[in-house]
Design a protein around this ligand. Sequence first.
Ligand code: IMP
Ligand code: MG
Length: 186
Amino acid sequence: MQHPYQHYLKEVLLDEATLQARIAQLGAQISHDYASSTSLILICILKGGVMFMTDLARKIDVPHEMDFMAVSSYGKGARSTNRNVRIDHDLTVGVTGKDVLIVEDIIDSGFTLSRVVEMLWTRKPTSLKICTLLDKPARRQVPMVVDYVGFTIEDKFVFGYGLDLDERFRNLPFVGVVDLDKLSHD
Ligand code: IMP
Ligand code: MG
């Protein structure tokens, strides 16, 4: 029996052990960097960042808050960046005077995150940094300083571990490359 995701999978790019090992490293580094912070807050960018956030948070030993923000930049089925970033769900707590760490799944053009960063700075956090699991620097259109990067990857469309393929397969424990030929023949 083939699992439905296998039809769209070209190759596994980052397997579960590789992801988890790197997340443990990031957690240790963040714990070190924020050791003296008393107001750390992790902000997960939904929905893609959810798996990364929950695993990463468990590797951070500095007391911290969590909150969630949903923004949309990609429509269902669309493969290009829509420049109009929309806030679908805002934070439920204030970030003024806090050390904000944004937790994102992937940075592509940078449009989405640059808008989120711009908006969050207006709320006067003490600091604001970005932690992304994946970075596709070849696709960048908005210059961005990314403080923590799990993996730098090539310009390939990926899915799994929070990243969706038309809203499905976010639950896969690994990151896979999408077989775009299969996708277009469906
Ligand atoms: P950006 O605004 O172009 O940086 O887009 C970032 C958002 O696009 C990410 O948060 C993802 O939700 C989505 N995205 C970009 N590349 C991929 C990909 O390869 N697979 C799945 N989603 C992606
Ligand atoms: Mg996303």
